[in-house]
Ligand binder design. Sequence first.
Ligand code: ZN
Length: 306
Amino acid sequence: MGEKVTVCEVGPRDGLQMAHGIMPTPVKTRWIAAIAAAGVPEIEVGSFVSPRLIPQMADTAEIVRSAVLRPGVLIVALAPNLRGAQDAYAAGAHRISVPVSASFGHSRANLNRLPGEQVAEVARIVAWVRAQPRRMEVEGVVSTAFGCSIDGVVPEAAVLGVASGLAEAGVDMVGLADTVGYGHPAQIRRLVRAVRAEIGDRLDGLHLHDTMGLGIANALAGLDEGVRNFDAALAGLGGCPFAPGASGNIVTEDLVFMLESMGFDTGIDLDRLIAARTILHEGLPAETLHGHVPQAGVPKTFRAAA
Ligand code: ZN
């Protein structure tokens, strides 16, 4: 058995928010079921934001309520504020991810708040969540950690400041997000080390986009630094409506192929994962599906780690 690496499928959240169409709720439910059936251990299924801003997420409460009934998969929802966290809790989410931008420009565009104000909101969320009878994990995500399409360079000090603010707020884990996909492998290594020096093992995962074609290289850099949790989106969908120029997430199928080929155990059945693209296409027929491995086909040389 190889070392475990956890892949969190974020297609139903990050992937759909930039889609040209709206995936009908029954198709979304079947799609999430197919992803879970492929063995994906964590799925971010939606976002508790105003449907006025992101209409694709209007059915998130319903989607969470049905997804948490499925055994063996951890259901995550994005919640940008206390209200969203309360809605996620009411729907039964196992974990919420709360974004805090390291750049002022993206913070204003995405949340209409300064980064420090959003860290204070995270502290309010954690306090509320901890006072509830059911346990729900809170992940703080440092958005635009590797660059911003509005502000350009994001100083490392800003990233470290948000990461340590999140740790002090009491989140269970901190993720670093290359929201716009401007990061490169050396930067990933440097920042993962710097953040770990600041908050230790509280640093948990990487959320990477493939805007510049460096997504998989960046994942490998993170892997080399000991990161064992990665977000990815089926067919490489994704982007941020408030981060102009961002393109899709790293492709789950390609990431799983790399990890399993290298001997890391993801618990995911690659063939069944690729098969889930059929339902995605059915729900969003106009969307371009990305991914090297699904297009080339799984080669005869491939051996899963487990
Ligand atoms: Zn993203």
